[in-house]
Write a protein that binds this ligand. Structure first.
Ligand SMILES: Nc1nc2c(ncn2[C@@H]2O[C@H](COP(=O)(O)OP(=O)(O)O)[C@@H](O)[C@H]2O)c(=O)[nH]1
Ligand SMILES: [Mg+2]
Length: 269
């Protein structure tokens, strides 16, 4: 790990940014990351956005040589699948996964970088608050976190306290190996790749945590709907499957979508 006088060298980190229709956020997000951490690598993993996100990233690539984009096979869409691809294709010693909508503050990336350069193999951002979520999302997040942690405890795996956090970083070689060895066992259409990674983590993996303030989405709309929460529950052993069976019939209606997402839904299985 190279260090500069002011801390870890940003060029040994890759920010993996999953995007689906984030044209309202992507320019501001990449500008802010490069302003705070000059030279940091950014790998945008896009699932065929239809709102101009890809074109916006191409413009950014002309300004920043450390920005790249992967546009994924439309037949294989999914947030977990995107992040698996992003981690496997990271070319630096460390990766950091975060959302493109500013819910994970760019200013907290430095804390994750610091813990990774101190030698931790997995560093998870733990939300100080989840007030930015609706009451039903908070309840689902709490329940899914409880079940995911119970599952990991019963399988003698390390359990970050905020399993539902989408903000974490790791040693690329370790987690690339985990993904390649267990590719078919990941819940690819799921939303919580951290849970899959911890399920298949090497024995004795220790997790460091850094705290951060979870924000409001800056622009655009959330793509999470109840099907994603149900799919997560189904991964959490018998208790999770039972919870999914009970909640499922109550949550048939997908989350409200903007008109452009409605169009997208027709091409997204
Ligand atoms: N590549 C890819 N990115 C996605 C997908 N769904 C959501 N995202 C991105 O993942 C991040 C989190 O999604 P978001 O809708 O904000 O979920 P929420 O924060 O849980 O409400 C954002 O950067 C989205 O653009 C997907 O199917 N594929
Ligand atoms: Mg979000």
């Amino acid at each position: 790990m190279t260090m500069t006088r002011s801390g870890p060298d940003p060029s040994s980190f890759t920010i993996v940014l999953p995007t689906y229709n984030e044209v309202q956020n992507i320019r501001g997000m990449v500008d802010e990351l490069l302003r705070l951490y000059p030279g940091i690598n950014v790998l945008v993993v896009d699932d065929n956005s239809i709102d101009g996100t890809v074109e916006a990233v191409h413009e950014l690539m002309e300004r920043y040589p450390s920005v790249r984009i992967m546009v994924r096979d439309p037949k294989d869409r999914g947030l977990t699948a995107s992040l698996m691809d992003g981690i496997v294709n990271t070319a630096t010693e460390h990766f950091i996964v975060m959302d493109a909508d500013f819910q994970h503050p760019p200013a907290s990336v430095g804390d994750v970088m610091g813990a990774l350069s101190a030698g931790h193999v997995m560093v998870v951002g733990t939300r100080n608050n989840i007030k930015a979520l609706s009451a039903s999302r908070r309840l689902a997040s709490w329940g899914a976190n409880f079940l995911a942690r119970s599952y990991l405890l019963s399988h003698r795996k390390s359990r970050p306290s905020d399993m539902m956090s989408g903000f974490f970083g790791g040693d690329t070689a370790v987690w690339r190996g985990v993904i390649i060895a267990n590719r078919e066992r990941f819940e690819k259409q799921g939303f919580k790749v951290l849970f899959d990674l911890m399920k298949f983590s090497p024995p004795g993996t220790r997790v460091a945590e850094v705290r951060y303030d979870f924000g409001e989405r800056s622009g655009g709309e959330s793509k999470l709907d109840s099907r994603v929460i149900l799919s997560l529950l189904r991964q959490c052993g018998c208790l999770g499957k039972l919870a999914a069976a009970l909640i499922g019939p109550l949550s048939r209606k997908p989350a409200r979508r903007s008109p452009d997402q409605e169009v997208a839904a027709t091409v997204r299985p």
